[in-house]
Design a protein around this ligand. Structure first.
Ligand SMILES: *[C@@H]1O[C@H](CO)[C@@H](O)[C@H](O)[C@H]1NC(C)=O
Ligand SMILES: *[C@@H]1O[C@H](CO)[C@@H](O)[C@H](O)[C@H]1NC(C)=O
Length: 506
């Protein structure tokens, strides 16, 4: 889960009401089913659920540091205990089994496997994930494993972390241990979760660990090394593991849909396109197309850097060798999608050096849209179908998984009809993308299995389909109505004409 800054949504008051009302229109639900091999799952991330922050030889991560005795987190909380999944993983597996889901997306804490980031592996950390994977398999649940969901070993941060080009090799070393130890039972690997957030929030705005603020410069250095690291892990798998293990390696990118403010104005269409190239294209273009950054990023950032007096472009270039390694380094595309922005062109001032000004667009969200507990998350089901079509047009017929999609509230109430509304309409738009637009969507992972540590928001924003009582040391979990709703969708593999929450009645 990621959080875009409120500064991006300050223009809601200026929204175009007639356009806004148009965007709220709900099409009838399509009553049909997904392909028979469609995967239904839920997702989590290690730091958000595990706790056990210093147990059994685990090293500290940048999130242990970032939350420790600071005011970085709204409720001053930490992930030291979180959902205590380090001890309660068997219960988590039962929750998933009770929902009748076929898959679970979780992440491995690098610091449990390699407490110092490189060097000597920690057998107890490895055993924890072996136990979890065995438990999943015993219950007929397919593991989808994220190698990096933001909890970098602090020892590596002390060496420059994602700013240090050596991190591509450090990441490969860690990935190889995971492939070796878990690859007999794990067939689906996600290298990185949301490198956009790692770059922009971790190293640009600084509201995520490690809290650095280089919004026009460091962000591009870091994204460069993230892409290089991804490619090295992908190539390592296909060189030394794929033949024997037969699995797949992809990357998970976050992207909001960019709706042109005036869909008939070519300059607004171009703004939408540029916004998408600067968000998902930043990471996807090199991997899924040609080993380079999108042309519009190259051209705009090169020109602005020069005008701003930088010696070199703020956007680095891949060497020919790197480009060759990066191009085509995917078996599938993971997409985390939550919301939409309305976009129009606006030339960004060069007086300020900022990623947010580099694309010459401005965006806002419509105050008519249903809000959530998250400042950046408005309910816009139409966006996910448009996004699926854009991805297909841009990157070809690549297999896609929705690796996150979900809705937040503050209450954590069990009768969460607002969350059911969200899932119903987003998933039905995905169904239309599959059945009517021929998008190659292979599976859907709801965010999240349960309420958890929502990064800088602490425990104040709840995305779970299970509630967790964080005041009780036993951290009991309780299914919400949305858990039942998702399990009905999964058991019917889509929307059927029968009555109940899956019917067309609203
Ligand atoms: C947290 O802060 C305490 C007190 O300064 C320190 O002893 C401890 O090592 C810190 N833990 C981490 C993970 O940084
Ligand atoms: C609102 O949107 C409509 C339709 O896209 C457009 O014709 C109109 O000019 C817009 N109005 C404003 C004030 O932006």
């Amino acid at each position: 889960m990621f959080k875009r800054l409120a500064l991006l949504v300050t223009l809601v008051a200026c929204s175009n009401l007639s356009a806004g009302q148009g965007y709220i229109y709900e099409d009838d639900l399509l009553l049909d089913t997904f392909p028979t091999d469609f995967q239904w799952g839920v997702a989590t991330a290690s730091y958000q659920i595990e706790g056990g922050w210093n147990e059994d030889g685990k090293g500290p991560s940048i999130w242990d540091t970032f939350t420790n005795g600071t005011t970085n987190i709204d409720d001053q909380s930490t992930g030291e205990v979180a959902c205590d999944s380090y001890h309660k993983y068997k219960e988590d597996v039962q929750l998933i089994k009770n929902m009748g889901l076929t898959s679970y997306r979780f992440s491995i804490a690098w610091t449990r496997i390699l407490p110092q980031g490189t060097g000597t592996a920690n057998p107890e950390g490895i055993q924890y994930y072996k136990n979890l994977i065995t438990e999943l398999r015993a219950n007929g649940i397919e593991p989808f494993v994220t190698l990096y969901h933001w909890d970098l070993p602090q020892a590596l941060e002390d060496l420059g972390g994602w700013r240090n080009p050596d991190i591509a090799s450090w990441f490969e070393e860690y990935a190889r241990i995971c492939f070796t130890e878990f690859g007999d039972d794990v067939k689906n690997w996600i290298t990185l979760n949301e490198p956009w957030v790692v770059s922009v929030q971790g190293h640009g705005i600084g509201d995520h660990a490690p809290g650095l603020q280089g919004i026009g410069t460091t962000v591009y250095e870091v994204s460069h090394n993230l892409i290089r690291a991804h490619a090295k892990a992908y190539r390592a798998y296909h060189k030394d593991f794929a033949a024997e293990q037969g699995g797949f390696v992809g990357i998970t990118l976050n992207v909001d849909w960019a709706e042109p403010q005036d869909p008939n104005d070519p300059s607004h269409q171009e703004a939408s396109e540029n916004n998408l190239q600067f968000s998902i294209g930043w990471f996807a273009h090199a991997i899924f197309k040609d080993g380079k950054y999108p042309g519009v990023m190259r051209q705009k950032i090169d020109a602005k850097s020069q005008e701003q007096g930088f010696e070199k472009s703020r956007l680095p270039e891949f060497t020919a060798e790197e480009s060759a390694e990066i191009k085509g380094s995917f078996d599938f595309l993971g997409i985390n999608h939550y919301t939409t922005h309305i976009v129009y062109p606006e030339i960004g001032s060069i007086d300020e050096v900022s990623y947010f000004l580099d694309d010459d667009t401005t965006d806002y969200q419509d105050s008519n849209w249903y809000p959530s507990a998250s400042s950046w998350l408005y309910v816009t089901p139409f966006g996910i179908r448009k996004l699926m079509n854009w991805l297909k047009n841009e990157y070809g017929d690549v297999p896609i998984y929705i690796t996150e999609n979900g809705y937040s509230d503050h209450q954590g109430n069990l009768d969460d009809i607002h969350r059911i509304y969200y899932y119903k309409h987003y998933i039905n738009n995905l169904l239309k993308a599959v059945k009517q637009d021929n998008v190659n969507l292979k599976g859907y992972f709801a965010w999240s299995l349960m309420d958890n540590f929502e990064w800088a928001r602490g425990y104040t924003e709840k995305f779970g389909v299970h509630s967790v009582d964080f005041t009780d040391p036993a951290r009991p979990r309780t299914p919400k109505a949305s858990a039942k709703y998702l399990s009905q969708l999964a058991s019917r593999n889509g929307f059927t004409s029968s009555v109940g929450p899956c019917s067309n009645g609203r």
